[in-house]
Design a protein around this ligand. Structure first.
Ligand code: SAH
Length: 265
């Protein structure tokens, strides 16, 4: 099967048939080439219904989960979106097809750089990538009409709630490392936030000042690598990958491996 046919099959079988209805969302998935966002050796698997490994021990999320989160954001063409966890840049590309401007933050510098290059090469001029701790948001461009967090945290970071426009929607996995609830928070007023649960998911951890601490993750790393990484994270939140510091369990977990329970939306 050629990749264009595989992409259409993915949209029909993994998105539309499982309840993704918004025609603008389906169209965005129909036009963004996922193969351009995965390592070239995995291009033929680009439209499989699963997360795939990318650099820095992270993953590109399963298309269905990206679609579910994107649909839950209810984007209008004029919206400004903040994404936390750029990863490969694939979800940012999908968001860029649906909104006016996308600001996306990644804590691994090699991922941020690669995603920026990739998005520019594909002609996306309405996406800005920066390397920093996304749990603090991107205050210079706030407020945002929509915020999506592609990593699981213990709670929704206060900074992100503050940077949400009134009427804005935030979608994020919240809960312990082994399983999170996908939550949507809508800001109804200055201090009024409404929270809905969309189903169980499993994401890589959100690591930062208002997320999980890094120490849990790099305990097995050699001391010098760990302390160098931690020192860098303390200053900017932008890190280089500790070469031997990714626990096998995390590498296996992937960004989003389980689907929300049926009927949970
Ligand atoms: N949306 C991505 C998948 C993201 S995987 C895609 O389409 O490919 C989750 C990403 O969140 C990882 O790349 C991880 O490094 C990043 N991440 C985790 N904590 C972060 C933080 N505090 N700030 C920014 N990025 C973070």
């Amino acid at each position: 099967m050629d990749l264009t046919t595989a992409r259409q099959t993915m949209v029909d079988r993994h998105l539309r048939a499982r309840g993704v209805r918004d025609p603008r969302v389906l169209l965005a998935f129909d036009v963004v080439p996922r193969e351009a966002f995965v390592p070239s050796a995995l291009a033929s698997a680009a439209y499989d219904d699963r997360p795939l490994p990318i650099e820095a021990g992270q993953t590109i999320s399963q298309p269905y989960i990206v679609a579910l989160m994107t649909e839950a954001l209810a984007l209008a063409p004029g919206d400004t979106v903040l994404e936390i966890g750029t990863g490969s840049g694939y979800a940012a590309a999908v968001l860029a097809k649906l909104a006016r401007h996308v600001y996306t933050v990644e804590r691994h510098v090699e991922l941020a750089d690669a995603a920026r290059d990739r998005l520019a090469a594909l002609g996306f001029s309405n996406v800005e990538v920066r390397c920093s701790d996304g749990t603090l948001g991107w205050p210079e461009h706030a407020p945002f009409d929509a915020i999506v967090v592609a990593a699981g945290g213990p709670e929704v970071p206060r900074a992100l709630l503050d940077q949400l426009e009134i009427g804005g929607r935030l979608v994020m996995p919240v809960g312990p490392a082994h399983e999170q609830q996908l939550v949507r928070v809508t800001r109804d007023g200055i201090v009024a936030y409404r929270r809905e649960e969309l189903g169980a998911v499993q994401f890589v951890p959100l690591i930062g000042a208002q997320g999980w601490s890094e120490s849990g993750q790099i305990d097995d790393a050699p001391l010098d690598g760990a302390s160098a990484t931690a020192a860098r994270a303390r200053t900017s939140g932008c890190v280089t990958t500790p070469r031997r510091g990714i626990p096998a369990a995390l590498a296996r977990t992937g960004c989003a491996t389980s689907s929300p329970k049926p009927g949970s939306r």
